[in-house]
Design a protein around this ligand. Structure first.
Ligand SMILES: Cc1cc2nc3c(=O)[nH]c(=O)nc-3n(C[C@H](O)[C@H](O)[C@H](O)COP(=O)(O)OP(=O)(O)OC[C@H]3O[C@@H](n4cnc5c(N)ncnc54)[C@H](O)[C@@H]3O)c2cc1C
Ligand SMILES: *[C@@H]1O[C@H](CO)[C@@H](O)[C@H](O)[C@H]1NC(C)=O
Ligand SMILES: *[C@@H]1O[C@H](CO)[C@@H](O)[C@H](O)[C@H]1NC(C)=O
Length: 512
């Protein structure tokens, strides 16, 4: 009761102000009185734990806060915090019958500019669907559609289990998964999406269905790689793996000065060469960034070698990296899968998890490092990061390992085959403060130059660009994100006409 009363007060207090701001881009056919009536009736239909938040509510700023703000700033006039699957269905039906667009939000860290096309919409906030429950047989877990990575990893860890999750605590489990899901565990078990067993999906018309290899198999295919385009996942089942007692990771943090650039990435090429046998427990990642204490003049390379095992086991892989001569070497041992997020600098308190700060990346997938292109990219980055606006920016140089990923036939999921082929994911990431659109334009121009340089080897050899869909900045071609095979794009489109004919799910790197 209390909830509903508060809802009604917010509605009365807030709708007027809200409509003032959104009416120009809002469906002109919907009159405000109608809207208020229908919003009231939506509130009455939802479960007792659901909340409806209007702009007049003191919580408004908190619920619309997101990563990459204000560069990414979808226009909402109301936020619905759903608490049950049925709430999701009712909200979608409400939106449809009133001609209002909607966007589902979980971790809020999506950074593609295409999200800005949502205006005058409903935010369907999934955060109350945040449970992670291990099945009785211990082989799978059911995860809520709004669960963040830290919630899932800590709940599973408590039961000596782990799942293929991404590297950052504050990102949702489902957001990365629907477009791939790069992980410290991908070389062992494939991408996050390769571990999806089934999902409950609210479709564009508000109906709900089970999706798996045996039920709606075509939608299951599309969900795994182009999932943001097909529905709202309210809960999903993923494979989980036993964490053996005493299991530990060893993490080497190696900081190199820029004169080691070619030597370092030539070594990575050797490790990832088609003829090499890279162990699945070896994870390589890094960032080209400014650390003035190490080098006041030039960016450095902060490189991380992680190994699921003891230091004695890891040492043979670390030795050639040490031989290159890092300026600083730090080794952390006895790290468990939960602590790994902190040791690698991806925990909740880390600046990477900040909201209300502009960020975007522009993902570049490469078959191997072209050291000449890399040096050109480095030089552009040196110039960009000397610009005080972008001094905390970075170029990520990720190489998590591909064994588990390549074990899956690319035809069996919607994920672009390039994502399974290319071992290198390198991404200029720009951070900056404030709302000056010129800053975004300048950052994107630097990123485009870095991208051109990184791809120069591929382009010279007649190859095509591929971008990880979850690292797209919002200007890439569809083929660049979803793959160049015609049959694949045709299939995605035809499935769209079956499952979402009115293209309700069109705001996250749309395929139509
Ligand atoms: C700090 C940081 C770390 C990252 N780390 C990784 C990583 O380790 N591995 C990796 O692969 N990627 C990573 N990414 C990229 C990440 O995959 C995308 O940014 C992703 O979109 C974030 O999902 P989210 O739920 O946090 O964001 P949101 O903005 O809430 O969601 C992004 C989009 O996903 C869709 N969506 C959200 N919830 C649902 C749902 N329940 N059902 C259906 N659709 C839904 C919506 O279209 C939404 O616009 C990272 C990004 C950042 C900013
Ligand atoms: C997680 O879900 C519970 C139950 O719905 C809810 O009360 C809680 O607020 C959620 N957590 C967050 C951080 O939203
Ligand atoms: C894990 O277990 C500990 C001790 O039983 C408990 O305090 C904690 O809340 C649990 N965490 C999760 C995420 O379940």
């Amino acid at each position: 009761m209390l909830v509903f009363l508060t809802f009604a007060l917010w509605l009365l207090g807030g709708l007027h102000g809200a409509l003032g701001g959104i009416l120009p881009s809002f469906n002109p056919l919907v009159r405000s009185t109608d809207l208020m009536q229908t919003a009231t009736s939506l509130g009455q239909q939802l479960s007792k734990d659901a909340t409806i938040i209007l702009p007049s509510n003191p919580l408004w700023d908190e619920v619309i806060a997101r990563g990459s703000y204000p560069r990414v700033n979808p226009g909402y006039f109301v936020v619905v915090e759903v608490a049950t699957e049925s709430d999701v269905q009712k909200t979608v039906k409400f939106a449809n019958s009133n001609g209002i667009p909607f966007l589902v939000v979980s971790g809020t860290h999506g950074w593609t500019k295409t999200l800005n096309k949502l205006q005058g919409g409903i935010q369907i906030n999934m955060r109350k669907l945040n449970t992670s429950v291990v099945s009785k047989d211990g082989k799978t877990a059911t995860i809520g559609g709004g669960t963040l990575q830290w919630e899932a990893t800590s709940a599973l860890f408590n039961q000596s289990k782990q799942a293929v999750t991404g590297l950052c605590e504050c990102v949702s489990v489902i957001g990365p998964l629907l477009g791939g899901g790069h992980s410290m565990l991908q070389s062992q078990h494939g991408f996050a999406l390769d571990n999806l067993v089934s999902a409950r999906v609210v479709l564009a018309d508000g109906s709900v269905t089970d999706v798996s290899a045996s039920k709606n198999a075509d939608l299951f295919w599309a969900l795994r790689g182009a999932g943001h385009n097909y529905g709202i996942v309210t809960s999903f089942v993923v494979k989980v793996y036993d964490i053996p007692a005493g299991n530990q990771w060893t993490v080497y943090s190696l900081i190199y000065k820029s004169d080691k650039l070619e030597a370092l990435f030539s070594l990575v090429n050797k490790i990832d060469a088609p003829s090499a046998t890279r162990p699945s427990k070896l994870v390589l990642a890094g960032a080209i960034t400014r650390i003035p204490d190490i080098d006041a003049a030039q960016p450095v390379i902060a490189y991380t070698l992680s190994y699921e095992g003891t230091q004695a086991e890891a040492e043979q892989y670390a030795a050639p990296f040490k031989a290159i001569g890092p300026a600083v070497t730090t080794v952390t041992t006895n790290v468990n899968y939960v602590q790994l997020y902190t040791v690698t600098g991806n925990n909740l308190e880390n600046p990477v998890c900040r909201k209300d700060n502009n960020i975007f990346g522009s993902g570049i997938s490469l078959p191997s490092w072209d050291t000449a292109g890399l040096r050109k990219a480095f030089n552009v980055f040196a110039q960009a990061s000397a610009d005080p606006r972008f001094s905390t920016s970075a170029i990520l140089t990720e190489s998590y390992g591909m064994n588990g990923v390549r074990a899956v036939d690319a035809k069996t999921t919607a994920l672009a085959p390039e994502e399974r082929a290319n071992p290198i994911l390198t991404t200029p990431i720009f951070w900056w403060e404030g709302a000056n659109p010129q800053d975004a334009t300048d950052a994107e121009a630097y990123a485009a130059k870095i991208k051109d340089a990184m791809y120069s080897g591929v382009t010279a050899a007649g190859g095509k660009r591929h971008t990880y869909v979850n690292y797209a900045m919002g200007e890439e071609s569809r083929a660049e994100m979803y793959g160049y095979e015609q049959w694949r794009m045709d299939k995605l489109k035809s499935l769209k006409s079956i499952w979402d004919p009115k293209n309700k799910f069109r705001f996250y790197n749309p395929i139509i």
